[in-house]
Write a protein that binds this ligand. Structure first.
Ligand code: B12
Ligand code: SF4
Ligand code: SF4
Length: 371
């Protein structure tokens, strides 16, 4: 390894990155084609930016013409427990591992900025830094550096860190010797595909994002498709099932970064139902959850409450029937019906609501109740 590469690696390891790899800024034909197929099938749903930036994705020079080397960084965020146990506790608000404390984008960005200044000051080299902030095929470049391989759940899996890695990149305008890619170690394992509640991983190494709970609870703002609601269970933000079941996690060690360890664990659904917009913004001010906004968060909480089938929520949910937002009224109707149907109570409950309701979508929810 040349001296300069050693210096860069040391600096980044000193900044507590767990992996530092170097690769060339080109995308091979196979991966460009696969991304194109994904887009042509509309598997991206409402994430229209994925389609819009296709050309940049397959050619990093369209992001920065000077780039000659991509440094890929991995940061271990392995939790101190396997999060799968949470799926079974109906009344808890199940938040995915990456969102249970500080926003990783901000934490990684600070480190990258520090490095960028150091590089300029000490070596007079300009650079560009990214953490999920540009149309870069982060997993593809990660795989090329040898950090791990793209598993059947489509995320990068490492022998050392399992599936718990955040990725980020630095673009350099100089060529530094490239590392070697690692090979696929999924073998005959299909655990991630089997566990996926919505069958979003039907085909090996491909995801139908529109069906993924992470997409439905984070990216998608509309009414969650009725056929997928029950499969979401108690998940109110993201999903980790396919990551958590991966057998390679057995070699991973709990993250040393306190900012990634959970501070939210096992809060009840009722805790969040008592929030309002201000409380939401205040409570999640440093968290990635803030990005989805109060209404989408409330939609998710109410949906999970429907899946809890717990009668204790009936009075509180009823108050949301007058909510100004139709998405909220629609999901309240569905959730109340799930709870009331379970208890075989009051089949006429929704008749009066139907008389008052004017919104077509909410009327659709009312007309499709199967009690
Ligand atoms: C859009 C997006 C999503 C979407 C789509 C998910 C996806 N798998 O792409 C949604 C909202 C569903 C999502 C969910 C999650 N995400 Co996300 N997401 C992204 C984002 C912004 C872009 C990814 C992208 O371009 N996807 C488009 C798909 C089509 O591309 P692809 O997976 O790279 O490759 C596909 C094709 O090209 C093709 N393909 C390519 N080569 C080959 C070769 C062969 C042989 C075949 C058959 C196919 C094939 O198949 C692949 C699957 O369709 C990246 C950040 C970034 N800039 O890269 C983070 C990123 C991928 N997400 C991340 C995380 C952590 C998550 C979640 C775990 C969050 C959570 N807990 O809820 C889940 C995991 C769900 C899952 N199983 O993927 C991390 C993953 C880190 C890692 N270790 O890999 C990233 C890299 C962010 C980061 N900086 O750390 N995410
Ligand atoms: S994150 Fe959940 S819903 Fe999405 S692919 Fe993985 S297991 Fe399926
Ligand atoms: S669970 Fe199995 S198939 Fe899925 S990524 Fe991990 S090793 Fe590969």
């Amino acid at each position: 390894m040349n001296d300069f590469k050693k210096k860069i690696r040391k600096k980044l390891i000193d900044l507590n990155f767990d992996f530092v790899g170097f690769t060339e800024p080109t995308v091979d034909d196979k991966s460009s084609e696969e991304l194109k197929k994904f887009l042509d099938k509309n598997h991206y749903g409402e994430m229209k930016w994925l389609k819009k930036h296709y050309e940049k994705k397959i050619n990093p020079k369209l992001i920065w013409n000077e780039v000659k080397t991509i440094i890929v960084l991995g940061l271990n965020y392995c939790p101190n427990h396997n999060p799968l146990y949470k799926n079974k506790i109906n009344d808890i608000a199940n938040i995915s591992v990456y969102a249970n404390n500080k926003d990783y984008h901000k934490i990684i960005f600070e480190k990258l900025k520090f490095f960028q200044k150091w590089l300029k000051l000490n070596h007079k080299i300009e650079s560009k830094i990214f953490v999920d902030t540009a149309p870069i095929m982060e997993k593809y470049f990660a795989k090329k550096t040898g950090i791990g391989w793209q598993g059947k759940h489509t995320n990068v899996v490492s022998k050392k860190f399992g599936s718990w890695l955040f990725l980020s990149e630095i673009f350099l305008p100089i060529k530094v010797s490239f590392d070697l890619p690692s090979i696929d170690n999924c073998g005959t394992c299909n655990d991630c595909k089997k566990i996926c509640p919505t069958n979003a991983l039907k085909d090996d190494y491909k995801i139908e994002a529109r069906k993924c709970i992470s997409y439905l609870t984070i990216e998608y703002k509309g009414p969650v498709p009725q056929s997928l609601r029950k499969k979401i269970g108690n998940k109110i933000y993201g999903c980790d099932d396919c990551l958590a079941v991966c057998p390679w996690n057995k070699f991973s060690e709990t993250t040393k970064n306190q900012n990634f360890l959970s501070t939210n664990d096992n809060k009840k659904l009722s805790y969040f139902l008592n929030f309002n917009k201000n409380k939401f913004n205040e409570y999640f001010k440093d968290s990635p959850i803030k990005r989805i906004g109060w209404i989408t968060f409330l939609r998710n909480v109410i949906l999970a409450i429907g899946n809890s089938k717990s009668e204790v929520f009936i009075t509180k949910l009823t108050k949301f029937l007058d909510h100004e937002n139709p998405i909220i009224r629609g999901i309240v109707i569905w959730s109340l019906n799930e709870i009331l149907r379970e208890k075989q109570k009051n089949p006429n409950f929704f008749k009066d609501i139907k008389k008052k309701e004017k919104n077509n979508y909410v009327l659709y929810e009312l007309n499709t109740l199967d009690q």
